[in-house]
Design a protein around this ligand. Structure first.
Ligand code: CTP
Length: 397
């Protein structure tokens, strides 16, 4: 997690400088302490006040105007990571050559922190042998390069050179500062509510947004796990996660059951429908004055199959979204489905559960019970993963 980490965010002078604002905001929202440095070129593209207002500290730009007589060494030594987004060809060349000619390059040379560099420039510049050689040099020194993407460039051109997405940049920073304690694990996460068709245009579904499942996938991949996400919702997936899609409870069941044996941990965050129309129509049901009735039948609860069929070292985690008797219902599901852990939340409580970015959950295993207080779904995800890791270590003991 980036929470509590000090990120020196270097912004250099390219049109993509405005995107640094979004990157800064994402880091701040996730609890990072962001110290922005702008080069003089960056200030031609982005207002200093904008970044100062959003970051944890005002923008720094000069080696000389700071109260601190040696701002570059202070920044370099205190940083947990130095992120350059966007990085111009000039910055890349200067850094690769070991030249210090402004606060940002001086800070880079005065730091032993990991560096994440996100180039953005026109295709011709990006593909120039000098730039490519500088990139290889920096990579060989351990700098993480978040490669530019194909797309629209300044002046209406199209090609490679666009700054990578905020998602990709954030993931790279997060992976750099996160301890890989899940490196050994293959984790399958399901997310979202299933859709059970009534006819080709209508379906039965539930309020699940998939956010908690996505947060789990994002947190697990940042901690080094190999993650597969089986999802029913269309959201941008976390970088580095393998994504499989499913729509109905039956789809989800066949995807999960076909590969379940390959995973060390299965986290069933999906809100699988408990009922499905017995005979979905293959033609649209026309409007009628009469009352129509719909025959529905229970879906197969495949978490029960996963719990019963799990191998001795496998961890199976279920979710329980409840409105009453949270603890009692959760313990009942834990036992009935032979789970290792159940994550229970009261979906009737304010700002928790479906579609919110925040949650408050009760974690219950056969060994332990704890509450994760009201927090972001990402923080909750990390706590769930901590509990899984502990269960896994206990199993292996
Ligand atoms: N689940 C499943 N297959 C189903 C229904 C649920 O695998 N057909 C899984 C969910 O992914 C979740 C857990 O079972 O991890 C609990 O789902 P929930 O709907 O809360 O519980 P149910 O056992 O269906 O009980 P109830 O709806 O009566 O509370």
């Amino acid at each position: 997690m980036v929470s509590g980490k000090k990120v020196v965010l270097g912004v250099t002078g390219g049109i993509a400088a405005y995107k640094a604002v979004e990157v800064c905001r994402r880091l701040i929202d996730n609890g990072a302490h962001v110290v922005p440095i702008m080069t003089s070129g960056a200030k031609r593209f982005l207002g200093e006040a904008t970044l100062s207002a959003l970051a944890s500290e005002p923008v720094k730009s000069s080696l000389w105007d700071d109260e601190d007589p040696i701002p570059h060494t202070t920044l370099g030594q205190e940083a947990d990571v130095v992120l350059i987004a966007p990085a111009t060809a000039r910055l890349i060349g200067t850094y690769a050559a070991g030249i210090s000619n402004d606060l940002l390059t001086a800070t880079l040379l005065a730091s032993r922190a990991p560096v994440v560099l996100c180039p953005a420039m026109h295709t011709e510049m990006w593909e120039h042998p000098a730039v490519q050689e500088n990139i290889r040099t920096l990579q060989s020194r351990g700098v993480t390069i978040v490669a530019p993407e194909d797309g629209k460039l300044a002046g209406g051109d199209i090609g490679k050179g666009r700054l990578a997405s905020t998602n990709a940049i954030f993931s790279a920073v997060e992976r750099t500062v996160t301890f890989n304690d899940l490196e050994e694990l293959k984790i399958l996460v399901t997310a979202g509510g299933t859709r059970e068709p009534i006819d080709p245009v209508r379906f039965i579904t539930n309020r699940s947004s998939g956010k908690q499942g996505y947060a789990l996938a994002e947190a697990a991949v940042a901690r080094g796990a190999a993650v597969t996400l089986v999802t029913t919702v269309e959201r941008e997936a976390p970088v580095g996660v393998d994504v499989l899609c499913a729509e109905t409870a039956n789809d989800l069941r066949s995807v999960v059951m076909s590969c379940a044996d390959n995973y060390d941990v299965i986290i069933m965050a999906a809100a699988v429908a408990d009922f499905q129309p017995s005979m979905p129509e293959d033609r649209k049901i026309k409007k009628s004055e009469q009352v129509i009735s719909l025959d529905i039948e229970p879906t197969h609860d495949f978490l029960v199959d996963l719990g019963k069929g799990k191998s001795p070292n496998q961890i199976v985690v279920g979710f329980a979204a409840e409105t009453d008797d949270l603890e009692k219902n959760a313990i009942d599901k834990l036992e009935r489905k032979n789970l290792d852990l159940i994550v229970a939340n009261d979906v009737s409580a304010p700002n928790t559960g479906f579609s919110y970015d925040t949650n408050e959950v009760l974690l219950i295993s056969n060994e332990d019970q704890s509450t994760v207080p009201f927090s972001s779904k990402r923080v909750v995800a990390d706590k769930i993963l901590d509990a899984i890791l502990e269960l896994r270590n206990n199993k292996n003991r």
